[in-house]
Design a protein around this ligand. Structure first.
Ligand code: ZN
Length: 247
């Protein structure tokens, strides 16, 4: 039987899928607001045009689809052949005509969401390997996609703002960046202090240097996307220096 709705019933995964699909809708809306001739302009990702971002978001969906297929079939299919191959694919896809980039982005997104829909409940625990070599249950693809679509929607640089993002997502992004730094042993002295929350995010147990701002400001800064004219977040009494890299 062909499923018309998600087979998975785990409440955490169901909630995650909703956030990923809302993010996809947000990304698609921002992309659709851009005229074809606007795609050649720079994005917020250093060295990338908006066409690069749109192509990459489409190719990312394809890569994550390879992980869901791995989980569904048990046949190992990596996200990318190699990091160099990933980069080459993005560079190539960014040269496609705008209409082809839009089709790639839209079609790959639909394919991924259909793969999630049809994945059997027990297959969601199947282990797969990310492009960075982490072994994770395939359910992690939902968060991997969620952060891609929402953050890259802001990267399109046509009005998307971190303040548009749902509060639960901003909180999750802040924890995600802190976890990435912790894993690499970076910024261990920092405590991220959102002025609009009653909880802080410490990068390590002994951290004492507070970086303060709204959650949206902290996320923009921590993900390396603070606007040049932004006056937050602050570290001590001055605007914090650029954050260590996230991913
Ligand atoms: Zn990305």
């Amino acid at each position: 039987m062909v499923a018309r709705s998600d087979k998975v019933t785990d409440p955490a995964i169901v909630a995650g899928l909703l956030l990923a699909r809302r993010g996809q809708a947000y990304f698609s809306r921002k992309l659709n607001e851009l005229a074809d001739e606007d795609l050649a302009a720079p994005s917020l990702v250093p060295g990338w045009s908006r066409a690069h971002v749109a192509a990459h978001v489409g190719l990312n969906a394809r890569a994550l689809t390879r992980l869901t297929q791995w989980a569904a079939t048990g046949v190992e299919t990596p996200m990318y052949a190699s990091p160099a191959e990933r980069d080459r694919e993005i560079e190539f896809a960014a040269t496609l005509p705008p209409r082809a980039i839009r089709t790639l982005s839209a079609h790959a997104a639909v394919h991924l969401t259909v793969e999630w829909r049809d994945l059997e409940p027990e297959a969601w625990r199947h282990e797969v390997r990310t492009a960075r070599g982490r072994v994770v249950p395939v359910s992690e693809t939902v968060w991997m996609r969620t952060r891609e679509v929402w953050v890259h929607a802001v990267d399109l640089a046509n009005g998307g703002r971190f303040t548009d993002l749902p509060a639960e997502l901003l909180d999750a992004l802040l924890r995600d960046v802190a976890a990435a730094w912790r894993l690499r042993g970076e910024a261990g002295d920092l405590v991220l202090v959102p002025s609009d929350r009653d909880r802080v995010v410490a990068v390590s147990d002994g951290a004492t240097r507070a970086v303060t701002g709204t959650t949206a400001e902290l996320v923009a800064w921590a993900t390396g996307r603070r606007r040049p004219d932004a006056d937050g977040p602050v570290l001590g009494d001055r605007v914090a220096a650029p954050a260590p890299r996230w991913l």
